[in-house]
Design a binder for this molecule. Structure first.
Ligand code: S3P
Length: 176
């Protein structure tokens, strides 16, 4: 089936929102950032939800936000880094969607997010963050086509994704 949406997955700081914005502009589609959607629906920032209600309550809201997008097409979705790791969200990532994993090194994550206090999980110890990173990578790779972001500008990453997306589209057309 021809993909009618693009979903970006990857670790915090991999550039999902920035690249998603470029892709949406190029395709003339909408961009939804799931963290922003959760924040808009809850009326509070992600960090506050983690702090006041705990991670589980945030994950419930994240799952609801994803479910609310299931019928939308011509959409680029920049997902929170933990969304693909939640089995309850798996349905969202299957179906007629093209899923891309924006690969990033842990060192780059640290560099890009140094000044950013909005991500509660970045307060984890170095070893806990590494363990989280290492546990997430195989999940991302199993769910999306890997796209390298290391040393590349967001525009280049977006170009790469567009090319892959067009290829997937024409393969799907040939199968129909
Ligand atoms: C999280 C990633 C964040 C946000 C929350 C939890 C995670 O999104 O959803 O802080 O579990 O990796 P980004 O990947 O957009 O930073």
């Amino acid at each position: 089936m021809k993909p009618d949406r693009i979903i970006l997955i990857g670790f915090m700081g991999s550039g999902k929102t920035t690249v998603g914005r470029i892709l949406a502009a190029r395709l003339g589609w909408d961009l939804v950032d799931t963290d922003e959607l959760v924040e808009a629906r809850a009326g509070a920032p992600v960090a506050r939800l983690f702090q006041d209600l705990g991670e589980r309550a945030f994950r419930d809201r994240e799952a609801e936000a994803l479910a609310s997008l299931r019928r939308r097409t011509r959409l680029v979705v920049a997902t929170g880094g933990g969304a693909p790791a939640q089995p309850r969200n798996r349905d969202f990532f299957s179906g007629p969607a093209a899923v891309f994993h924006l690969r990033v090194s842990l060192q780059t994550v640290r560099e890009r997010t140094r000044e950013n206090a909005g991500r509660p999980l970045l307060a984890l110890s170095e070893s806990a963050l590494r363990a989280l990173y290492e546990s997430r990578m195989p999940v991302y790779d199993s769910m999306g086509t890997a796209v390298e972001t290391e040393g590349r500008k967001p525009e280049e990453v977006a170009e790469n994704i567009l090319l892959l997306f067009r290829t997937q589209e024409s393969q799907a057309e040939n199968e129909d």
